[in-house]
Design a protein around this ligand. Sequence first.
Ligand SMILES: Nc1nc2c(ncn2[C@@H]2O[C@H](COP(=O)(O)OP(=O)(O)OP(=O)(O)O)[C@@H](O)[C@H]2O)c(=O)[nH]1
Length: 642
Amino acid sequence: MISFPKSLIRKLHRFCIFRKKLLWVRNYCNNKDTVDITSIPVERIRNFSIIAHVDHGKSTLADRLLEFTGAVKKGSGKNQILDKLQVERERGITVKAQSVSLLYKCKDEMYLLNLIDTPGHVDFSNEVSRSLSACQGVILLVDANDGVQAQTVANFYLAFEKDLVIIPVLNKIDLKNANPQRVCNQLKNLFDIDQEEVLKISAKIGLGVDNVLQAIINKIPAPNVNRNSTFRALLYDSWFDQYRGALALVYVASGYIEVGNKITLFHSKNVYDVKSLSILRPEEYSVSRLAAGQVGVIGCNMRSSKEAVIGDTIHKLGENIEPLEGFQATRPMVFAGVYPIDQSQQQNLRTAIEKLALNDSAVTVSNDFSPALGQGWRLGFLGLLHLEVFTQRLEQEYGADSIITAPSVPYKILLKSTKQTLKSGRELYITNPIHFPEPFEVEEYYEPMVIGTIITPDEYLGPIMSLCIEKRGIQKSATNIDNNRLILQYDLPLSEIVMDFHDILKTITSGYATFDYEDNGYCKSNLVKLNILLNGKEVEELCNIVHVTKASTIGKKMCSRLKEIIPRQLIQINIQAIVNGKVVGRETLKAFRKDVTAKLYGGDVTRRMKLLAQQAEGKRKMKMVANISLPRDTFIEVLKKQ
Ligand SMILES: Nc1nc2c(ncn2[C@@H]2O[C@H](COP(=O)(O)OP(=O)(O)OP(=O)(O)O)[C@@H](O)[C@H]2O)c(=O)[nH]1
């Protein structure tokens, strides 16, 4: 392999940074104020979001809107332009809401349309609700073939509760199996939307997209703001730029701001000079002023993303203001330990987690320690996909490899009243099974519950009901939304749906049923801690809290799963699942026998015996230190297919 001197690599690296800076400056200068966006009056601004179920075509419609308004060239060959993250492009899903400002001429007047493309998956619904606070209307997009699905219902109610104007749009009418009439009936039955209001389009081929633009202008009201009052802006997203520090994406709620103004954040109180103002089209386009009703980016040399706290209100220094309503804190649904592959990478992983957690405000972070994995963090996520996407982003965007431990949901425990609990409080939230108290200390156990909504063709009702019963679900309602589709509501324990409920549901319904859930507080339960022992040694990272009725089944399955996942090693591995000191599952992973005598050709038998004895001694030593190497993903994998 050719090796380059370190000095040359350093020079090359510096050159690349210099080139990037140069490109940014050129881009900045080219974009400077060719259209005076601030001259567009408030009455000609429309702020809206596209909301829909997963894969119903939000990003494709956003692409067409970008093309129709000239933000990108027609036939540029680029798809899903607003899905910028590598993880979004690889998985074909949106995980982060993206904003773009479009200029559209209608009846000789220029309109500014601020569009936010939102994710569809339930794990990212916080992005949707955050985006809606900068909007006055939404496009509710429904696939004309699939019809109304679980996230369509959830997203409709999010917009409805915020009193936003809803423009119903049927997409994919070019498909052979599209059935617009059936979907219109569903919209009428579920949301009381009249058929005449529904637009029919094909985002893929651009059919009917101009009607969508017309509806945005005619139906969505202009923001109700005052440009002459004091400046207030809601910080609703932020990201880190290597050269300009943290950039804040804001919705200006009143007044205006100009480059050179001194600003401060209401809660953090830090003071900054405004260095740059821009709007996204979708690339940054510099402007000299951001005024009420607009969505734009403020660059003010914030040194770290920590300073740009999402939900904070930005205002001018020295002005007394009432803060804008921030965002409701989201409650993490799944917790998992994240550790560096080896402790030398700890600092790197720490920086990466800090930066990414600030960009993704739904993630909670606290320190954690594991005897086997060392110093790490306990992170809280909105679901398993959120966890997977976060760790993938850590790897791809920050080059930080990590080991993830078994995910767990947050349990609530009421301790028996003793002198100590009287002082420290009897209620305990357990996000890490390691901290599960001994049964004699506990008065009552509680587990988190959700209300699950399932939309399915009625022929799958039987298998779905069996699945929900197996997952300890209680049916709340079952309603027909048309001749052959049902909407079911179940009370379900969060722990039962978090890992693989969605996958199983898709399998048993050939992909036709869709699922969405929302938090429904805590419910009394009967829980136990399931310990996993490898060669008699407890592996804390694999222990799990389970419902007492499931302990034995899960224990057995975890053992057999571990047997599949752990590679055979030079020593035999005894895998045991233990609940309250009782073995509920057991498997043995046979040693993989290395033939140490292979090189011997004939010769004295004592030589053969000596080699075998040496090998046995080596194995004994390994067993003593329980030196079992587990693959990186064991902790999640073992819980996935129970
Ligand atoms: N035939 C047809 N396919 C479409 C149309 N619109 C979108 N699609 C396809 O549907 C798939 C999903 O489209 P996306 O735009 O990624 O959907 P999305 O709603 O943004 O997906 P998420 O961000 O993951 O929720 C892609 O393969 C698109 O090419 C359409 O009008 N007709």
